[in-house]
Design a protein around this ligand. Sequence first.
Ligand code: SF4
Length: 284
Amino acid sequence: MPLTLNALAQLGGLASEHLLKEDLEETGQPRATVLATMAERLAVMRASIQQGLKNSAPSVAGMVGWNAKTLWEAPDLLSSPLTRRVQAYAMAVNEENARMGRIVAAPTAGSAGTVPGALIGVADHLHIPDEKLLMPLVLAAGIGKIISRQIYIAGSSGGCQNEIGSSAAMAAAAVTELLGGTPEACVHAAALALQNTLGLVCDPVGGFVEVPCVMRNGFYSVHAVTSAEQALAGIRSVIPPDEVILAMAGIGRLLPLELRETGEGGLADTPTGRALAAKARDNK
Ligand code: SF4
C-alpha cells in the first residue's frame, strides 16, 4: 500500500528515506541512480537561480524578467537576508522559465521556483553544502507524489492551490528535514503549507505564466519556510494532513472554470490584464 501523509508522519528515522525506499521498490532503480538524478536537478536549479539573479531581460510576453535582479540588488531595509534571498531565488527561477530558460518543474513549470527558493535559499543562508540537499529533494518529490495520487497537480484542474500549494508543501517538508525535523514535523509542515494556500485561484494574465506567477513563487517560498519554522517549533495541523489534500480537491472542484488557468477571470479579467494580454498577442 503506497504511503500516505498520515502514515509517513507515524514513522521514525528520516521521511526522505521511507519515500526513497518506496520509490526504489516501485521503479527498481538503484539508490545511486536516484541520488545522481537529484544532484543533476539540483545543479539545474542552481544554474537557473544564478542566471535569473543577474538577467533582467524581459520575458516572452514582456510582463516580467527584471524582478528577481531588482530585489536581489535592492538595499535590505528590513534586515531580513533570509526572506529576501528565498524570494529572490524563487523569482529568479520563474523569470528564467518566463524567458523560456531551463528550469526543473517542481512540480510544474509555473511553480518551479518555490522548492529551490526555499530549500537552496535556506541552505545558502546557513552555509549548508549541496550534498545535504539531495535527500530533502527526494522528500520534496515524494510529497509531490503523494499529493498527486489525490489531485491533478495543474492550475487548470483545481486552481493555483494545486500548483503553488503543492510546491509550497514539498518545499516546507524539504526545509523541515534539512533542519533536522522528524517525519511527523515534515508532514505537518507540508500540511500547514497546503492548508494556507486553499482557494488560491489560477488567473494568469493573457494565459502567460508570468503575472501573478513569478511573484507568487516568491511569496510562497517564504510561506514554505514559515510552515517549516512552525512545524519545527512543534505546531501541528489540526486537520489530519491527508484530509487537507481532500479539502484541496473539493475546493478545486468548486472553482469556476474562469479561475482555472483559462486567463478569463481574476487578474486576467482586469482592464489592464486584458490590455496586456492583447499587447502580448500583437507582439507575437
Ligand atoms: S497562477 Fe496558474 S499558471 Fe500561474 S503559477 Fe499559479 S497555477 Fe500556474
